[in-house]
Design a binder for this molecule. Structure first.
Ligand code: MEV
Length: 311
């Protein structure tokens, strides 16, 4: 049996504006993972695909290219010029779906890694990311590529659409809480909504995107210099702009406010918004108080996530 896994992710700043060519920063969430296992089946079976969390199973031959797991499988077979094997892939995940934590990218990356390994040709991160990007297009037509990149490299990245991701190191550990509003929201819908508003009021949205681009640049400096106190206000300002863009919700704003009031130095929604999760910047000293405040404010789950890039 072959097993491969992939991490979730959070966007620290720059979601949505990254679709329009502005920079964004994402970090992997290595403690929340999607696992893909491949087992051989009797000759002549073909490929069987099981998405355990979705309670779905199907044969590859019954899927179209609109099926993410089917597409991921076909992309690997085409890249390796391999015939369809007789095998079953089972996918299961710690990540909530449609919650801004990269569940789609993690599923694609885990499946691509598992098939490549099963077929005896493990791919480098660049190939995994390239193929996962093709699957991401199913979730929304114009992905920036940040999700598949941060998941495939599993490193903090500064990302600009169309360019190679720029991994960076953080001399100080970053302590985040990730709090789930419990409201599900497909990234595709949020991205489409922002596009509609950008088309209607282009100058206003371009100004938001430019302001967020400056936040992303300043955040990279803060992170690479270990100046975490400078990061909190940047996250807060990014959330304010995302609210103006219309991708927050009262439930997300309530969590953000609760985190700040309980001592988080910054908090914002993360990912596509209109539901999903918020992140709060904490320290080991504030972590427990903020976690409790988030639960009291209605978070259905709170994860603790520490990010460090030790030398
Ligand atoms: C989704 O994690 C981030 C968005 O910016 C979409 C994208 O970059 O493709 C909302």
């Amino acid at each position: 049996m072959i097993r491969a896994t992939a991490a979730g992710k959070v966007i620290l700043c720059g979601e949505h504006s990254v679709v329009y060519g502005r920079p964004a920063i994402a970090v992997p969430v290595s403690s929340l993972r999607t696992t893909a296992e491949v087992q051989p089946l009797p000759p002549g079976s073909g490929v069987h695909l099981i998405a355990q969390d979705l309670h779905e199973q199907t044969w590859l031959r019954e899927t179209t290219d609109e099926h993410p797991l089917g597409k991921a499988t076909r992309l690997v077979l085409a890249r390796l010029q391999a015939a369809e094997p007789d095998a079953e892939l089972t996918l299961r995940s710690d990540l909530p779906i449609a919650a801004g934590l990269g569940s789609g990218a993690a599923a694609a990356v885990a499946a691509i890694r598992a098939w490549a390994q099963f077929l005896g040709h493990p791919f480098p991160p660049s190939t995994v990311s390239e193929l996962a990007y093709e699957v991401e297009k199913l979730h929304h037509g114009t992905p920036s590529g940040i999700d598949n990149s941060v998941v495939a490299w599993e490193q903090p990245i500064y990302f600009i659409k169309g360019l190679a991701p720029q991994p960076f190191r953080m001399p100080r550990p970053l302590h985040l809480l990730i709090a789930d509003s419990g409201v599900r929201s497909a990234t595709g819908q949020a991205v489409a909504e922002v596009r509609r508003r950008w088309q209607a009021t282009t100058a206003e949205f371009e100004a938001y995107f430019n302001a967020i681009a400056e936040i992303a640049a300043a955040a990279r400096t803060a992170l690479t210099e270990g100046n975490l106190p400078a990061l909190g206000p940047l996250l807060n300002e990014n959330h304010r702009l995302l609210r103006r863009m219309g991708v927050s919700l009262p439930a997300l704003d309530a969590l953000v406010q609760a985190a700040r009031a309980a001592g988080a130095s910054g908090a914002k929604l993360t990912g596509g918004g209109m539901g999903g999760n918020i992140i709060a910047l904490v320290t080991p000293a504030t972590q427990e108080t903020v976690r409790q405040a988030l639960l009291d404010a209605g978070a259905v789950r709170v994860w603790t996530s520490t990010h460090s890039t030790p030398r």
